[in-house]
Write a protein that binds this ligand. Sequence first.
Ligand SMILES: NC(=O)C1=CN([C@@H]2O[C@H](COP(=O)(O)OP(=O)(O)OC[C@H]3O[C@@H](n4cnc5c(N)ncnc54)[C@H](OP(=O)(O)O)[C@@H]3O)[C@@H](O)[C@H]2O)[C@@H](O)CC1
Ligand SMILES: [K+]
Length: 468
Amino acid sequence: MSRLPPGTLMQRAAAGLAAACGTLMHGTYSRRLTVLTGSGDNGGDALYAAARLARRGAGVTAVLLNPERAHPGGLAALRRAGGRALTADTPADAKDADAAIANAHLVLDGIVGIGGTGGLRPAAAHLAHAAHQARASVVAVDLPSGIVADTGEVPGEAVRADATVTFGTYKPGLLIDPAAEHAGALRLIDIGLGPYLPDPELEALQHSDVAALLPTPSGESDKYRRGVVGVVAGSERYPGAAVLAVGGALRGGAGAVRYVGPGAAAVIARYPETLVSAGPPAKAGRVQAWVVGPGLGDDRAARQAVEQVLASDVPVLVDADGLRLADREQIRRRTSPTVLTPHAGEAAALLSADRADVEAARLAHVTRLAAAYDATVLLKGSTTLIAEQGRPVRVNPTGTAWLSTAGSGDVLSGLTGSLLAAGLAARDAASVGAYLHGLAGREAPVPFGAHELADRIPQVWRSVHPRT
Ligand SMILES: NC(=O)C1=CN([C@@H]2O[C@H](COP(=O)(O)OP(=O)(O)OC[C@H]3O[C@@H](n4cnc5c(N)ncnc54)[C@H](OP(=O)(O)O)[C@@H]3O)[C@@H](O)[C@H]2O)[C@@H](O)CC1
Ligand SMILES: [K+]
């Protein structure tokens, strides 16, 4: 801001916002636009954008939460362009304001942006509610008012937008649930901040990032060089978990999958290429990474298997029952990489916290878990996050609610363990595993069973890396 003439950034933001709104309304002429206007610069962006749309023929009403403090330049521009302004909480205007929201084609949420704190105050919450009830599309300016931009938390009332037009960079709250659910479709407007932004606290990998990380066999490769992944999963009671984890592991790029446990017959019946061994993990022969936990049950043999795997000096992924059975001190003492893949309930148990608190504040809890266990943590759920101490957290941009199906996590752990065995660093293996798993969920015809996810992986792998 200090390097540019005053107002330049706001004008860039408003221009981008107006263009996006024009597209969303399929034009401007005779469209009705209502602007919910707070008293900060977020309201300024909204007013300047509305002025641009009014000049192109839109009928604009601004509903001001605090007329004395509304952005003066923005309000003047809107008035010059023929827009009208109402005051939200004066009895004379309140009815007109409600009608303007109810009858709008599009409602712009310029209540608060990155300067907001806490849930919306009552007068603002009333407007947000009215917009939600109306038929209009709701476009949030920079972010849906009421969410916490830096964390994805939603501490109280918040706007529910169909689309969010955000400026300069994505904010964590636009990518992490529960706030992300309020944001709708995202559009980023470049206002020239790029060179001035600090290192990100949150990263979302894209196709090209994932393509660059995927393991590719070379002419020199053999199954051992490509990596052998050991899978300790399944039990007499849950043989299916063994099959699903092995199914994921066979599609993760390792050269071979070694299965250890009581589900060998079921595994071989489905995947004859699996190397199986009946003894404990310590006797199973060399592997480059272990996956331990899916469907393991909790008898003595299961507990012993987890202990042996954690005692190895190769990367280990611990999932499901493994998370319950693992000795916490043993996890912390490990010198090779450890990946923990809890869902919110398991994460809560690992932190002695409440599940609801984990779901409400995913970023804070995944970060705490990574620090508490000195491990790479992949927190599954409506937003999957991957944390490792000292590195930016990664948020997985793929996935669908259909992935919350039995056995889905078993496939993910096998797939991610296989990427570990193929040589990816723990954080990369977890991010790539989640990315491919999420894509498989989007591509599979719904409703699907978890085994179909494993079958989809080669197809999504090729879609990420067409030259594979
Ligand atoms: N930075 C940049 O480079 C650029 C930034 N730009 C834009 O500026 C925005 C940030 O503007 P900002 O800093 O003026 O704060 P903003 O978000 O408008 O909120 C402050 C106002 O909200 C109020 N308020 C607070 N909490 C509330 C609540 N719970 N419920 C209700 N009201 C609440 C608070 O009231 P007060 O506490 O003062 O009474 C104050 O009046 C940013 O998001 C982007 O849109 C662009 O122009 C491009 C360049
Ligand atoms: K907003």
